[in-house]
Design a protein around this ligand. Sequence first.
Ligand code: ATP
Length: 450
Amino acid sequence: MLIFIVEDDPWFGELLKHHISLNPDYEVCLFSTAKECLEKMYLQPMLVSIDLNLPDSTGSQLYRKIRKADGNVPVVVISAQESVSEAVALLKSGVYDYILKDENTRDLFWNTINRYRETLALKEEVRVLEDQLISKYDFSKIIKGNSKTMQPVFALMEKAARTNINVLISGETGTGKELVAKAIHANSSRRKKPFVAVNMAAIPTELVESELFGYEKGAFTGAMQRKIGKFEEANGGTLFLDEIGELNISVQSKLLRALQEREITRIGGSGKIPVDIRLITATNRELADEVKNGTFREDLYYRIFGLPIELPPLRHREGDILFLAGYFLREFVKANNVGDVSLTRDAEEKLIQYTYPGNVRELRSIIELAAVLCEKNHISPGDIRFKPVTSKGMPVAGEKSLRDHTLEIINYYLSTYQHNIPLVAEKLKIGKSTIYKILKEGKAYADCEG
Ligand SMILES: Nc1ncnc2c1ncn2[C@@H]1O[C@H](COP(=O)(O)OP(=O)(O)OP(=O)(O)O)[C@@H](O)[C@H]1O
């Protein structure tokens, strides 16, 4: 820690400097003029002591200039008996301490420095405690949801935030897995450190290793300079690996080793670099099945499993569709500076009936589009457009109950044919009443799940 001493008596100045420098925690800069001190204020000293009788400035002038350069640095006045009145005036204007120049000055100055450090430590403790109090387990700022099905998720998130345990989040696409990871990080003791997210599915297989662990200059053709990997970037914070099931088996072993040994080696490097990260992973696949099939290492599975959090699909979160729709509408209004937009009763009904294969992400884009399309700030059923599902996301994809498959097929047709129930009935060769019955059952099922 840096301490400035401004003292025009070289012998006395050196004496103070020597005394304080005996403690290796402190580095002391000694100046004999106000000008020299002010020129170095950019170094941000922890404390400045000033003598009142300087060749180029009075004590009050120097104090004012130091204040201007740094509004917080404590200034200690060290003065001879004859300057007492000036020192007292300075004390009144905010000087941290005043010490008389005599045989006790060294010790008194030492005590002042220690007292200031103790105050600093206490302030920091209070700040950390206040911080914890304010944001303690306040997930609701980040992740919205009122449904009963989401309550166990919030309870698990709180447990995860309190500890350092690895977390495995599973859930269909768009259910908010990344948001949950962010909320856990933001409520954990690591919140001041980085949250680094990497989507395994978005990185070409051959680049995954260098993305995670980094590389040294010259490690391979094209490695023009050293690159820090995501592990190192996240040091002290949280590393979120999305779609972990996409990781190929050879990188899986390297990831396992890094997690076990808590250190990594950059590609082309030889030194081990210690890393301290909390790992949160996410998957929309059934990882246990991948283990059975031999495509995911069992030992890695257990290492990342830690605390499992399963996010329910939106269709099973009773009450959340309209709750989230309202939230996204308010966000839209705020971001686009338009007047309040509301949903008509029929529009709400239409939103509730749908099954959302794309979950919350899909609901958000449906609401944003509806807010753009609507007339006179009222969203009516016609403004709500369900996007036709592409062949990749056909409703029959994924493992679900027959009831859910049926419901999704109905919704797929309804969205494709603009909710024209007679037409959908004709296409599917079933009666209209069957469609109503399936939609009703789907809703009742979600109600009972909630
Ligand atoms: N409960 C929620 N409250 C507010 N916004 C949400 C909620 N859940 C999801 N979202 C929003 O939905 C979108 C998708 O969320 P996110 O990326 O976290 O989902 P995901 O499950 O990680 O998706 P994927 O599996 O495709 O990676 C984001 O815009 C996110 O902000």
